[in-house]
Design a protein around this ligand. Structure first.
Ligand SMILES: [Zn+2]
Ligand SMILES: [Zn+2]
Length: 226
């Protein structure tokens, strides 16, 4: 099995100006990278069990957020948080596919959520820069995938260092902006996807419950129907 870093090295992250075809390829690469973390043999069974359990929660009862908020007793909380962020990054790829036909350099040349919130992309070295909303989203989830596969921060998916939980919080803050953009600028598609997946509701409930983010960081706020 090739390592994720090798996979991503062969396919460097997409750069500003990515075409729709390039985006589809990038999403495919992300999916591959997210699934190809090398595991120690002894870790495989329980790591996969956590991931598979979480996916089963999502697939069997996507509306039942409590399944995600109630930590299974056999799973360490940092591992639960890690797998959740990993799953969210993958699921966000599907939201981006849904947005691809209406979110581009013409419609959304900057990453905004209303006129009041404009976000600079941090994935271009030391100097944050303006990316289109779609490029911002792609660059962010690519960067999150690389971080989640980082041997430095996450050497073992069964033992997540406390210091690395902060990394998960940082990722969530950037990922939230993608939800906020979709909510503020593509409401019809956002609502349709949300009705089917409960992705945003699950994310917001989870990050607040497990204190990966606080309410003041959820800006601009997303109002979901009860
Ligand atoms: Zn857009
Ligand atoms: Zn960027």
């Amino acid at each position: 099995m090739s390592s994720p870093s090798a996979t991503l090295a062969r396919h460097p992250p997409t750069l500003p100006g990515t075409s729709r075809e390039g985006m589809a390829q990038a999403l495919e690469r992300l999916s591959t990278a997210a699934q190809s973390t090398p595991l120690q043999a002894q870790d495989y069974e329980s790591t996969m069990a956590t991931m598979e359990y979480m996916q089963a929660c999502r697939d069997s009862a996507p509306h039942d957020i409590s399944l995600f908020l109630n930590l299974p007793p056999s799973i360490d909380q940092p591992c639960w948080l890690y797998e959740f962020v990993r799953l969210t990054v993958r699921d966000l790829g599907f939201l981006l596919v849904a947005l691809a036909s209406e979110c581009d350099a013409q419609t959304c040349p900057k990453m905004q959520a209303t006129e009041s919130w404009m976000f600079l992309c941090a994935q271009h070295g030391k100097q944050p820069k303006t990316c289109t909303a779609m490029d911002y989203a792609l660059h962010t989830i690519t960067a999150c995938s690389i971080s989640l596969n980082s041997q430095q921060h996450f050497p073992n998916r069964l033992t997540i260092p406390a210091s690395s939980v902060d990394q998960l919080g940082n990722m969530c803050r950037r990922l939230y902006r993608i939800f906020a953009h979709a909510y503020c600028h593509h409401r019809e598609t956002f609502d349709r996807e949300e009705r089917a997946t409960f992705l945003t509701r699950r994310f917001v409930s989870f990050v607040l419950h497990f204190k990966l983010m606080n309410q003041s960081q959820l800006m601009p706020p997303i109002e979901l129907p009860e």
